[in-house]
Design a protein around this ligand. Sequence first.
Ligand SMILES: *Cc1c(COP(=O)(O)O)cnc(C)c1O
Length: 365
Amino acid sequence: MFPPLREELRGVEPYGAPQLDVPVQLNVNENPYPPSEAVVDDVARSVAEATRTLNRYPDREFVELRGALASYLGHGVCAEQVWAANGSNEIMLQLLQAFGGPGRTALSFAPTYSMYPEYARDSNTAWVQGRRESDFALDLEVARELVERVRPSVVLLPSPNNPTGTALPPEAVSLLCEAVGESGIVVVDEAYGEFRRAGVPSALEVLPQHRNLVVTRTMSKAFALAGARLGYLAAAPEICDAVRVVRLPYHLSAVTQAVALAALRHAPELLGKVDQLRVERDATVAWLREQGHQVADSDANFCLFGTFADRHAVWRGLLDHGVLIRETGPDGWLRVSIGTAEEMTSFKHALTAVTGTAGTEEGRA
Ligand SMILES: *Cc1c(COP(=O)(O)O)cnc(C)c1O
């Protein structure tokens, strides 16, 4: 059969949500605020400067960027504990390449990020999925038993979780790190970390206690830099050194490094928009509940709501009103990303129109 693709890849569709050109795009958890003129100017100047030396390979160890990311993270994290790549997706693939592989197992708890099984497949790592409880939290005893039975080399958990928005308490992170022990790593994917509600801690708080803990972050969401492709991790220096073995030479271009450094200089301004989105998120959760929908508590820039007997019909109806959301999560649920106030108004009007006429919702009198 041509092309002579690996058996397990035959007939597989490439991952990705539909990229449709509609007025209100609330389907891939992007930040709705484009970079300000001040950010645009600084990035453009930095890229121009980097261009002067593009005849040379970039700094393979991106020392300056690792330092800047470490200071941004705080929590006592230093440059030797930081590693970066082209999006946190590449970070996680590198982690699977270094710590997974034939004869090894990666573990997560569903519902979880749908890319994880793909990294496992691509690195020839076995894939096992446990379950979250009905409120999408982890039952720690059930999780511990599964870890002891499966003996995973890598545990992958988003916190806040995608697609549910659920944050993992630090006790859960510690318990998993201890259950996994020296024979594996625990990856807490904090792609939405900056959107946590007040008082919800980051896994960075327990990083000093666990040398098998890896916390990943991205500039795609909070920093409104999805197009730049910059993800990073914080972990023990031995873990960063292990990842360096599998990375491609000069994987992080000089242009990417310049863009990320420039954006980090504007962190306070960019994070101000995050606060606006958190307020809008809480208002959206409250509004959906007032309409009688079930909504998962969210610490992210999206919320999962439902349940609908025919969620595809609701998704389609919203699209007909120019509003694109995501058909994902457990049966009957839909996920909406938090956009600007105007976009959320369009979403609310469209949902009212669609559910008012479709009347497809379950569990409503
Ligand atoms: C969006 C997202 C990421 C970020 O991916 P990038 O490659 O950094 O753009 C990572 N993990 C989860 C769970 C996400 O939803």
